[in-house]
Design a binder for this molecule. Sequence first.
Ligand SMILES: [Zn+2]
Length: 559
Amino acid sequence: MSTSRRSTRAGTRLTPRQTLLLIAVLLVIWVGRQLTRPEPAEPPVIGESTATAVAATSTVAPATAAPTATPKVTRQAAPLPAASQEPVTGLREIIVLHTNDEHGYLLPTENQKSWRGGAGYAAAIWLANGHNPHDPATNTLLLSGGDSWTGPAISTWFEGEPVVEVMNALGYRATVIGNHEFDFGRDVLIKRIGQAQYPYLAANLYREGTTETPDWVQPYLLTEVNGVTVGIIGLAYENTPSVTSTLNLTGLEFGDYAPALEHWVPVVREQGAEVLVVLSHIPGQDLVVLAEQVKELDIALFLGGHDHRTRTSASGGALVATSGGSWEDYIQVRLVYDPATQQVVESEQETISVAVNKSDDSRTPPAEVSAILDKWAERVDVVLGEVIGYTAKGIDRRSAEMHNLLVDSWLWAYPSATVAMSNTGGFRAGIDQGEITVGDVVGVFPFDNSLLALDVTGEQLQAVLQKAGDAIVVGGVRQKGNKITLKDGTPLKPDGVYQLLVTDYMYYSDDYPFQKYDPEPYETSILWRQPVIDWIKAQHSTEAQPIEALIDDAAWSQN
Ligand SMILES: [Zn+2]
């Protein structure tokens, strides 16, 4: 039986290119033996030691390598199964690492004893676990579920460029078009795609009125891991137009998921894919439904994004996973493919938390990543010195001006919202008289909270306002005695539905009932201070026309 399989493979599968590769493989095995290379940390093939040696050294590449040259490992090297010599009976292990909604959180948060999150520490952990996306011998496939930028200054002030640079250095093999990929406009997105050493996938993103993929996106990627051809099909979130500025989506359409998969899966299989992965920006709960819906397509793994909720589950015979975002955790999937039966015979996944004890020096970010982060952190410092406006009198931390500056800037940035609410505890400093810098605003609002938009009824809003009293500041409504009106004087309707902006801090706080009111808020991923900076800049205030003349100085609850 093994003989017949051997001859079948040799007869039908060896193209001239493969023959060349095979020669290269054999050459490199020989080179490898001369150089006594160390064994890889994890055997790429399970259960067959001869095949292990072949696969480990076949990740090579220049076919012209002189026998004394160090074999150069390349990411795209396609390890050929040792087809003509040995039957491919060994099981093949594939490690998939997945992050999504990284949102520019390149740097970790720090407390006294540990580091939490951050691109560098995520890499430190997967490298310590023996999974190196740059080293084909570790069979590691690093993927992102999109929404990689928009977040802290190190990402947002440079329109995502530092994120792409870091993701290149980390060795991402593919990502997908998330809604936030459009945040800086389509031209910037296309520029970032040009800088990325990995493709942006979306099989359900079409030119309006067609089923053609725009030329800056590709529907799928075929890639080799441990001698197995993995087909990765991308899916954008079908509701992208309702969660991003439609200005950036002119001429584009986001189609249904299942028809896109039904179209592309046969194409990808025809091109040689042995294991199929869906890489998407689809929230976990929708992805579970999709996996069941298309179970006959025999897709091994569905990876999602967008909802910032860590989930590992199974549906329709496939694994389904999303990570929580911000590189605070990642999903580690292990697939075992049997070339003999052409089936994934084992699959498992786990969530790895990115938390590193400061005393643990076995987990340090790769030097190349640290260098990139240091470079951009320095540039952030320069940005913090940027002058954005002028105040003649200064703005006191506890003044109505400061409170209104915050909540009114949110309503300015998000005109669809009616009400904006913040707790007063978040205001940490005043702004001194004179020039206002970006750093001054960061000093007032130092915490990296982001804005959420949720739907509440007038009755719910009234209850929160009355209970919170002086602990909050509010924009968009006025309070006279017990009566709350909108700014234009219209009374709040108890059964009316209003969009409310709050910080994620308030939303998740036990002090407020927001999670109960709207369990699925829209996460803007915009830091709460960013609209303040943008609004001050837009006023072009000067010594002759200081900013305070433009800020509402009436406390929301006292007129
Ligand atoms: Zn998203």
